[in-house]
Ligand binder design. Sequence first.
Ligand code: ATP
Ligand code: MG
Length: 305
Amino acid sequence: AAAVASAAANAPAVPGWKHAYSGKVRDLYIREGESDLASAAEVLMVASDRISAYDWVLSSEIPDKGRVLTGLSVWWFDQLRDLVGNHVVSVDVPEEVAGRGLICRRLDMFEVECVARGYLTGSGLADYRRTGAVCGNALPDGLGEGSRLEPAIFTPATKAAVGDHDENIDFACTVEILGQEDAEALRDLTLRVYERARELAGERGIVLADTKFEFGRDADGRIVLADEVLTPDSSRFWDAATFVPGEAAESFDKQFVRDWLTSPESGWDKSGSVPPPELPAEVVERTRARYLEAFERITGTPFPG
Ligand code: ATP
Ligand code: MG
């Protein structure tokens, strides 16, 4: 709850729109005439420059991060258009949030985070080591950190409240939440979109280890890809040039932040309850460069200045 309160306080005023919700990174607005988020026809989704690490929203921001997240999402939505419809209505937003805001159809969101994993790491690896499976997907013996999964697997999770971890669930549990038909539809879409994206990112020197999609249903009952897609915040990107299967890969975007926070220099205790300190300017700048590099490598176009 603390994260939401401070994020809302930072949300910029946007003419014609009123603030309705803030997550760790994004601020949501509805049109001034609408009464609430649940009934609004459209939302303005604004990606801030906030950054989170180890489940903390840091006090330092990464300049241009919000524009990278939004620009990348828009680019991916376009690439994936023939596989799945998306929620974007317009990128033409008030200048206060230029480049960071997106006007979207307001959807009834499915209460399941649709994760695809094409490489074993993180909570997937932990589950595998404990049970030999991830979210009910039995895997062969002998896999380890960074093993490529062929085909990729669907590893859904329930959405946790701010400050909590999402919880991995199996397909049967997904069916209980969504019903058989929608659960199958989301699983199939998630895997198809992931496989396309893994291939495309791979051609550009980025290993797309895993990613999380959020889907919603539109007013006509159609399933639509929503939220942000295939950004460094919703995905694990690794640098293909330095990736070695079997070794823990470094995060393409948050590597410098994590390295510094866990170094003696920061003086911060990751397992304690004290918020992380402000990042040194150099860590901010190197992190910003990584976000821009991810955008440029994936889209093959210079980041708009
Ligand atoms: P976290 O801080 O863990 O990321 P969050 O995912 O709730 O929490 P954000 O990602 O910052 O917060 O905010 C985006 C919110 O908007 C999410 O709750 C997401 O489900 C919701 N959302 C995305 N697209 C739509 C849409 N088209 N209609 C309605 N809600 C949407
Ligand atoms: Mg989110």
